[in-house]
Design a protein around this ligand. Sequence first.
Ligand code: ATP
Length: 643
Amino acid sequence: AALSKVKDVDIKGGWKVGELIPYAALTKTFSMIEATTKRLEKNAILTSFLLLVIQRSSKKDSTALLQAVYLCINRLSPDYVGIELGIGESLLIKAISESTGRSLAMVKADLKKEGDLGLVAMNSKNSQKTLFKPKPLTVAFVFSSLRDIASSSGHSSQAKKVSIITKLLAACQEFEAKYIVRSLEGKLRIGNAERSVLVALAHAAVLAEHEKAGKKWSTEKLAMRLEEGANNMKSVYSELPSYDEVIPALLKHGINGIRDHCKLTPGVPLKPMLAKPTKAIGEVLDRFEGKRFTCEYKYDGERAQVHKLPNGSVSVFSRNSEDMSKKYPDLVEQLPKCFKDSTKSFVLDAEAVAFDRITNKLMPFQELSKRKRKDVKVEDIQVRVCLFAFDLLYLNGEPLLHKTLNERRKLLRDHFTVVPGEFDFAKCSDGETVDEIQSFLEESVKDGCEGLMVKMLETDASYYEPSRRSVNWLKLKKDYLAGVGDSLDLVVVGGYYGKGKRTNVYGAFLLACYDDSSEEYQTICKIGTGFSEEMLQLHYEVLKPLERDILRGDVKAGGAKPDVWFEPQVVWEVLTADLSLSPIYTAAQGLVDERGISLRFPRFIRIRDDKSADDATGPEQIAEMYERQALAAGSGKKKGGDD
Ligand code: ATP
């Protein structure tokens, strides 16, 4: 019922069919969304705005809807194109100062007080006296300006960026400056995750059809259509995560027609399926009891989704949908030897692993991380990689996601060939007893793997589930068996200067998890032991440029007081001995207790540069780990105590 109630999000004067969307309409929507904490209401507001956009768009021109949606998720292109926002604080302060005539010192002082540069920009603008009312900004103009900013590079790019931002800010009215600045910083902070935008888009499309049909549907029918529409949209987008493809199809074929027109397509990477951690073989057997499953080696490398287009071009994408073809020119070169002539187009899910071609042995991830990330030349490569394929998602024009793993695996083997040291199938065993799994696990560790992946083999439970951390894939790592639990991926948000020999580098770091529903970083622990001098130097070089004077508004610090704050960008994989409740840190606050959860004796494992800050472990997972641990201890909730 809440959804079918369209909110009044239109601005005075509105805009007509075919006219450009006023940016004020979008920012009014943002401010209404920000003002409520209720999910349904946030959804109804965004749905209402997107409904207006759909109704005022022509069927043939999807640009307006596309740009509006991109601005709602604060992106400028699909992930794999890699045009990103995230402008540094000092550049923004400069632009705010130039466009409002206030001194740098005044802007900085306000920032210290408010903690939100967007708010500072808006207040500075609104207190400024202007003689002429500037020409209203449009979504199209803001979008193209942001694109210009994000794609300008080279030595004079800083000045160019400041000049575009200054011009944009000069034209801002009401809430506009606040959201432009937040967009530029890389986070809108209105509590509107991408998933919700997808649902709102589907709901808007359904409501547009409902209105076109003269609003004659019964409440039940409308509710059913809304639910169907949202499911349809989520499933289509997980197969083809590109609004560039989905939105034109939505306008042309309607919400029920997109399924037939938007399918997994080579060249557009899909978000990979992920696994749930398990602590013991017994747990695997409990979950998969009576079902056929397979155990595969869990290789210790980097996820690689390989796409071959019918025109012959081969691309390699990371776990994060980043195009890694320039990092792995050797893979791109060696792959054609590995597929048969009958294999015209495909999408392969695989792990790229460092491989010693002399000893024919797998090498640990640390070796792989020594490779450069960009513009690698084949002749300069020291660390060779072997690709271990574990799934086939598309073959010769046909998506395979809804085939069983057994069928997909057979197709994989039929259409690809092993080339020793370059391409192989993930080693697997279909053993079903504890002893068989135990000995395969030991073998995998002996061969240099992290453990096993256990996967359902048959029925619809074995279909490939893009972007899901699924119970149909379980990971069994050797570390879990030692009782330490799964590792966490955490964002480095603060640094503490070192002591003694370490005064020139940071000696310890403040880590945070990421809550994607509130778009907040929540602090979880201080980590300072186990780093070599060399490692500390490396961290210093990476983190120093990310230093900022003032805490960002979306970092929930709690009682943590590091010497410096960092832009939340760098992700580390960390192991912990134990989790405990903490009055200092804010991670998962309110989920198991009013207090947050912190890590005791955290240990640094590696930098995860295949993950962005938003992919860090979430508070629900941390609460789940805490509760499992409490359960295992058999003592109910553990008592607090922090580091
Ligand atoms: P982590 O890699 O730390 O376990 P993650 O969040 O990156 O965490 P998970 O779902 O937890 O991903 O583990 C799956 C990862 O393991 C995949 O992303 C892939 O890179 C790697 N992997 C190695 N071997 C396999 C395999 N046989 N099947 C699936 N994934 C594999």
